[in-house]
Write a protein that binds this ligand. Sequence first.
Ligand SMILES: *[C@@H]1O[C@H](CO)[C@@H](O)[C@H](O)[C@H]1NC(C)=O
Ligand SMILES: *[C@@H]1O[C@H](CO)[C@@H](O)[C@H](O)[C@H]1NC(C)=O
Ligand SMILES: *[C@@H]1O[C@H](CO)[C@@H](O)[C@H](O)[C@H]1NC(C)=O
Ligand SMILES: *[C@@H]1O[C@H](CO)[C@@H](O)[C@H](O)[C@H]1NC(C)=O
Ligand SMILES: *[C@@H]1O[C@H](CO)[C@@H](O)[C@H](O)[C@H]1NC(C)=O
Ligand SMILES: *[C@@H]1O[C@H](CO)[C@@H](O)[C@H](O)[C@H]1NC(C)=O
Ligand SMILES: *[C@@H]1O[C@H](CO)[C@@H](O)[C@H](O)[C@H]1NC(C)=O
Length: 473
Amino acid sequence: MNLKLFCLLCGLYSVLAREGRYSSPVLHGKSRQLLLSTDQTLLLNCRGRWKLTWLFPDLVSDQVRVENSRCGRTKQHYCSHLTVRPTKADNTGLYRCRYEHRPEKETSVYVYITDRQQPFVEHSRMSPFVLYKKDKEPLIIPCRTTSPNTTAALSKYPKGTRINPDERNILWNSTIGFTIRSPTFFYTGPFFCESSNAGVAHQSRIYIIHRTVSNILEVYLNSSGTVQALKGERLVLNCTATGEFNTRVNITWHYPGQNNTFHSITKRIQTHRTHMLFYSLLTIPKLQRSDRGQYTCRVSSGDNAKQQKVAVTIYDHPFIRLKPRHGCLIETEAGQKSYKISPKLRAFPAPEVMWLKDGRVAAEQCSRYHIEGYSLVIRDVAEEDAGKYTILVRNQEHGLCHNLTLTLEVKVRPQIGEKAVSLQDPGPVQQGSRQALHCTSHGIPPPHMHWSWHPCPPKGLYCDLPRGWYPPH
Ligand SMILES: *[C@@H]1O[C@H](CO)[C@@H](O)[C@H](O)[C@H]1NC(C)=O
Ligand SMILES: *[C@@H]1O[C@H](CO)[C@@H](O)[C@H](O)[C@H]1NC(C)=O
Ligand SMILES: *[C@@H]1O[C@H](CO)[C@@H](O)[C@H](O)[C@H]1NC(C)=O
Ligand SMILES: *[C@@H]1O[C@H](CO)[C@@H](O)[C@H](O)[C@H]1NC(C)=O
Ligand SMILES: *[C@@H]1O[C@H](CO)[C@@H](O)[C@H](O)[C@H]1NC(C)=O
Ligand SMILES: *[C@@H]1O[C@H](CO)[C@@H](O)[C@H](O)[C@H]1NC(C)=O
Ligand SMILES: *[C@@H]1O[C@H](CO)[C@@H](O)[C@H](O)[C@H]1NC(C)=O
């Protein structure tokens, strides 16, 4: 009985042990750090039980290649190979391989790409970078180096005392930079790191240290409403935040593909005399159908937060959809101030539109014809505006072309020709003679006419024309 239980436990244990083997992904090679020089190839192999993704320092997209495959004897594992070629000093940093669905399970390796000409990853040719210092919090000056053995000193710009690591308050670590555990007021303003390599001094970029203020004034996205794009296109969104001078903000993007490592986010800060401008550019190099949805840029600073949203619609193909709004026969009335011919048109990308009237370019035929958006507007409608109107919709780049012809009928109110000239009094006529009375009318559609007769008032010599004699205006 005890033996049975023991064996059961022992079986369970071996299952757990086997399962436990890849509870986190495993990087090939035991070393936690790698040393390469520039213009080499960095190759990292990662293996695990589930789908893998990578996180790595900013890389140029044509420098990096990721290949995923199934591996293991029974293809039970996932393998991912990351290749970076050619290596550059800027690629120095932490390379992390993690499970796509459980990113907390990760394995990493710190890679140094040693470059004697560039001991600092953030070198002196880079523009100054603003760092924010919070009271009672350690300050990190991120002058990481491209080689593990570089020793560095910190200096206040332009030429100040060199501050060397002291293992107590000022710590140096080549993968982090300088950490100042309890920074005093001295640590504000411009600083840089220095190292000397075979007698040649090198400097890092300049870090401008500010005390933190947290006041976001405004946040904008450079497009409001909806952004439309085609599958495979590149999408760039620019989120801008303004803050009070010395404010520090975090700009984060929340959107459907936010876990995709091929999307890049570039951040910039501009300091103005009275305020600061922060912007973050989100670039998606090749849009997929799954990238459609809501894009939110969230700006936070301390307890303060503001956000802006934009919806992104992605079309598989360019298209033009054109149809009449209410049939192909449309009508208006002469004398209207304006009449708009607007068929239903949906298209992407925005097409070129041309209107023809009876086969000739409408706008060239009459100065009363105007194009508003995709519609044709006729001002002061007249009888001669009746005819066939054709809208030509074209997207030359994608070879799309559609047209639609609508027939416009212009109604004209009936008019009596004799009314235009002053009414001729027929004069006295002889009893028994034959008289012809003329009434000429015009209208579209042709009006019906009818005559009515009213006896004259007893004493009147002439008839006054009664009301209602003519059809009303
Ligand atoms: C760094 O220093 C260690 C020991 O001090 C040495 O073994 C190693 O070769 C050095 N590495 C480089 C890249 O100089
Ligand atoms: C530097 O920092 C890294 C990351 O925190 C740590 O793993 C490493 O041990 C540190 N190196 C030294 C020399 O303290
Ligand atoms: C937003 O700004 C970026 C950068 O200027 C530009 O490339 C992009 O086309 C803009 N996006 C929209 C939707 O206007
Ligand atoms: C992003 O927008 C801000 C203003 O809204 C502008 O100053 C900046 O140049 C834009 N960035 C790019 C790369 O277009
Ligand atoms: C992205 O990954 C995080 C975990 O890091 C997860 O919580 C989130 O749901 C993922 N987002 C999307 C849109 O897949
Ligand atoms: C920005 O985010 C980081 C990490 O989420 C946080 O430590 C930091 O305090 C934030 N900064 C501001 C100004 O909110
Ligand atoms: C309108 O489209 C038809 C085909 O749908 C085509 O035959 C005709 O030539 C087009 N008309 C014009 C004016 O482009």
